[in-house]
Design a binder for this molecule. Structure first.
Ligand code: PLP
Length: 396
């Protein structure tokens, strides 16, 4: 009855786990939730006020499909200020979240017969979105011991005549890794030589630790910029996940095509949220420093605790609010006689027996790992880590 497309699609596993976590909590269970894919801070007041003003002024009608000019200008200013990149209004589109921008982008760039390279571990939505465009995701394994880098030599092995693009996400969800300048340069060069589009998802740009300074691949070389579409948004930077404002910057033909898709599907992103996003981008930026400072304290604590568990290793994230510890040495053991052989089984055990919610690594293409979000209070983190330690000790 349903289309093949609908039948082959499964819902986002991260959203599913957060929903399950919330449902159990609503039943009164004391769940330590590490599932959240959003900052646990309130949206800053001046941003809320801009939305309230927009409502009171009657700014509640359709806007231009690709976003209002003052917001495009604020985005242009952001790219200039943070990345040294110059864009024109026709090279910018505002969408209903970064995710929506990526969806539109894949729809306009890819079709049947195309291959799109995605490094593992990947954000859960890239492969399904590529498949929704009838293209094929080609997955490249990257390794914890190599800081999850993609080198030119690795990439070369996967490029075929059918390769049309590569998706880069840095700092990355779920690991918090970033690509070295040298590797970004090598990837850019191969993209130019092989006519590939670079989809550069930089949504976690500002959530960075230890003085890491984000460098966009588009800013390294003008030839890279001509092949790159940056996708970004206000969700993570300003704790605005519910407002649904994302943006993309790239060559104007591509942006125009994205706008055409948008005009036939969602039309403009919410007028009120657009006004809030202007306040976010143009207003005081001290909120970010406060939030990142809190995240850094939690990261330091959580990584230290995870590394103290016998058999567990953990990459220290350079950005985002996730850690991605490696539980491979613990898998294969048993709990009360039942073998815990996969990240999914471990996730289930943690939730059902230890009331702790995590996301299994397999959903990000990496078996044996777990993703824990530290976008939650220190209290929950402490409680949850104690439970994870108990679970690890109970496995034999
Ligand atoms: C959260 C996220 C996005 C987009 O989020 P929106 O709320 O749709 O803006 C895009 N990419 C990655 C990797 C993310 O984690």
């Amino acid at each position: 009855m349903l289309s093949e497309r609908a039948n082959s699609l499964k819902p986002s596993p991260t959203l599913a786990i957060t929903a399950k976590e919330k449902a159990l909590m609503a039943q009164g269970l004391d769940i330590a939730g590490f599932g959240a894919g959003e900052p646990d801070f309130d949206t800053p007041q001046h941003i809320k006020q801009a939305a309230i003003d927009a409502i009171n002024e009657g700014f509640t009608k359709y806007t231009p499909v690709a976003g209002i000019d003052p917001l495009k200008d604020a985005i242009i200013e952001k790219f200039k200020r943070d990345n040294g990149l110059t864009y024109k209004r026709e090279e910018i589109i505002v969408s209903c979240g970064g995710k929506h921008g990526l969806y539109n982008l894949f729809q306009v760039l890819f079709q049947e017969g195309d291959e799109v390279i995605v490094p593992i571990p990947y954000w859960v939505s890239y492969p399904p979105m590529i498949e929704l465009a009838d293209a094929k995701p080609v997955l490249i394994e990257t390794h914890e011991e190599e800081d999850y880098q993609v080198t030119g030599a690795m990439l070369k092995k996967y490029i075929t005549k059918k390769t049309k693009g590569i998706v880069l996400n840095y700092p990355s969800n779920p690991v918090g890794s970033v690509f070295s300048l040298e590797n970004l340069g090598a990837i850019g060069k191969l993209a130019v030589e092989n006519n590939l589009y670079i989809i550069s998802d930089e949504i976690y740009e500002k959530l960075a630790y230890d003085g890491y300074k984000h460098v966009s691949i588009a800013s390294i070389d003008n030839a890279f910029k001509e092949r790159t579409i940056i996708t970004h948004g206000v969700s993570k930077t300003y704790s605005m996940t519910g407002w649904r404002i994302g943006f993309a910057a790239g060559p104007k033909e591509i942006i125009q095509a994205m706008s055409n898709i948008q005009s036939q599907s969602t039309s403009n992103p919410t007028s009120i949220s657009q006004r809030a996003a202007i306040a976010a981008l143009n207003g005081p930026q001290d909120f970010i420093g406060m939030m990142v400072g809190e995240f850094q304290k939690r990261r330091d604590y959580l990584v230290g605790e995870l590394r103290s568990i016998q058999g567990v290793t953990c990459y220290n994230p350079k950005g985002t609010f996730y850690v991605f510890p490696n539980f491979n040495k613990i898998l294969g053991k048993s709990y009360k006689g039942k073998a815990i052989a996969s990240s999914a089984a471990l996730t289930e055990l943690l939730l059902e027996e230890f009331h702790t919610a995590v996301v299994p690594g397999v959903e990000f293409g990496k078996e044996g790992y777990l993703r824990l979000s530290f976008a939650t209070s220190m209290e929950v983190i402490k409680k949850g880590i104690e439970r994870i330690k108990k679970a690890a000790e109970a496995l034999e």
